[in-house]
Design a protein around this ligand. Structure first.
Ligand SMILES: NC(=O)c1ccc[n+]([C@@H]2O[C@H](COP(=O)([O-])OP(=O)(O)OC[C@H]3O[C@@H](n4cnc5c(N)ncnc54)[C@H](O)[C@@H]3O)[C@@H](O)[C@H]2O)c1
Length: 338
């Protein structure tokens, strides 16, 4: 990585900013391409973006001239920019299509025409949907099993996986690796309005504000919660791991945790907090956990932070940084108590 030039689309987001920090520590020069409008302005400070020593380009991945200019001198591209919230994609499929399909097409076309060594495309475990219908209870998701997405978001990710293969296979093309992240959490994750993803941040902030913790669908869904530090490490390894070229790789811990389990880990930190059962939102899969053999074999990586430790770290960070609670969420709590 030393002296390599890495472009990170979506580098202004939670995952992207952690990846940028790690790539910088590994000695790479980094350019971020991001719209920088996914969060309120003050979140930028929490993500530490201006302290990472990266070149920050404010722009849209649909803007061909900007994408061309940014990838022109790149050795590696991590394409993480996306309309990244499942519920928002369901509410606004046109916006999801614009960012996740048209924007990705633009990035792929410009990479195909440049001298990029490798693209790492950030996909999602959402492509597995509810997994195999013949299995009851928490199930393991293998990279090669049939994919049955159950949301607009997942459809856009699956299209992009296929399109990357279509456009980048062949002589003189950039190598590509697809990473299917499972459920990313860890500070400084900030919930988005109307979202039902990112449950650690949601639940901890609700409990912190005295709002009830929602157990959508009773909280029986399982997730494979993988800490953002582990996500960033696996992603940077995927840029250079020789045998990762042309591969689709899960990034998870290989352990299922139910939504209710997470609530039970968070509640004791906030005496008096309440849990209430709420309906399962549209497009919220029952979930599963990652088969991790490929990640361990091809990337040589095993996640280091267990969910209990990661949840505790998030709670401690939130208690030390109460200003991280977004205004719109604090206003909800104020309305309830008024
Ligand atoms: N967080 C998770 O649990 C999770 C799980 C699986 C996959 N992913 C994927 O990981 C990637 C990063 O997710 P995140 O959690 O950091 O989300 P995030 O919302 O924090 O980051 C996404 C970034 O992309 C930028 N962006 C969106 N549309 C853009 C556009 N048209 N042009 C330029 N920039 C644009 C946003 O401004 C934001 O900074 C996404 O591709 C997401 O789909 C995330």
């Amino acid at each position: 990585m030393r002296d390599a030039h890495v472009v990170v689309t979506g580098g202004g987001g939670l995952v992207g900013s952690r990846v940028v920090a790690l790539a910088r520590r590994a000695g790479a020069s980094v350019t971020v391409l991001d719209r920088f409008d996914a969060y309120p302005e003050d979140v930028r400070e929490l993500f530490g973006l201006d302290r990472l020593g990266a070149d920050l380009v404010a722009g849209d991945i649909c803007d061909r001239d900007t994408v061309r200019r940014v990838v022109k001198d790149a050795d590696y591209v991590i394409h993480a920019a996306a309309y990244a919230d499942v519920a928002a994609c369901t509410r606004h499929p046109d916006v999801a299509f614009e960012a996740n399909v048209r924007g990705t097409e633009t990035v792929l076309e410009e990479i195909a025409a440049a001298q990029v060594r490798r693209l790492v495309f950030i996909s999602s475990a959402a492509v597995y949907g509810n997994g195999r219908p013949d299995v009851t209870g928490p199930q393991v998701f293998h990279e090669d099993q049939p994919l049955v997405p159950v949301s607009v978001y997942a459809n856009t990710k699956l299209w992009a996986e296929h399109q990357a293969r279509l456009m980048l296979v062949g002589p003189d093309k950039a190598e590509f690796t697809v990473l299917r992240y499972f459920s990313v959490y860890g500070d400084p994750q900030i919930p988005k309005p109307g979202s039902h993803s990112w449950m650690v941040a949601w639940m901890a902030m609700h409990a912190h504000l005295g709002l009830p913790i929602h157990l959508n669908g009773g909280g029986v869904q399982v997730r494979d919660l993988v800490h953002v530090e582990d996500i960033a490490a696996a992603t940077v390894l995927a840029l250079v791991a020789e045998r990762a070229a042309g591969q689709i790789i899960n990034v998870g811990t290989g352990r299922p945790t139910s939504v209710r389990d997470v609530a039970d880990m968070i509640s004791p930190h906030f005496p008096g907090s309440r849990q209430i059962v709420t309906p399962l939102p549209e497009g919220d899969p029952l979930g599963g956990y990652a088969a991790t053999e490929r990640m361990r074999d091809l990337l040589g990586y095993t996640p280091r932070i267990g969910v209990r430790e990661g949840v505790e770290r998030y709670v401690r960070w939130l208690q030390a940084n109460p200003q991280a609670v977004p205004q719109w969420l604090a206003a909800t709590a104020a309305d309830r108590t008024a």
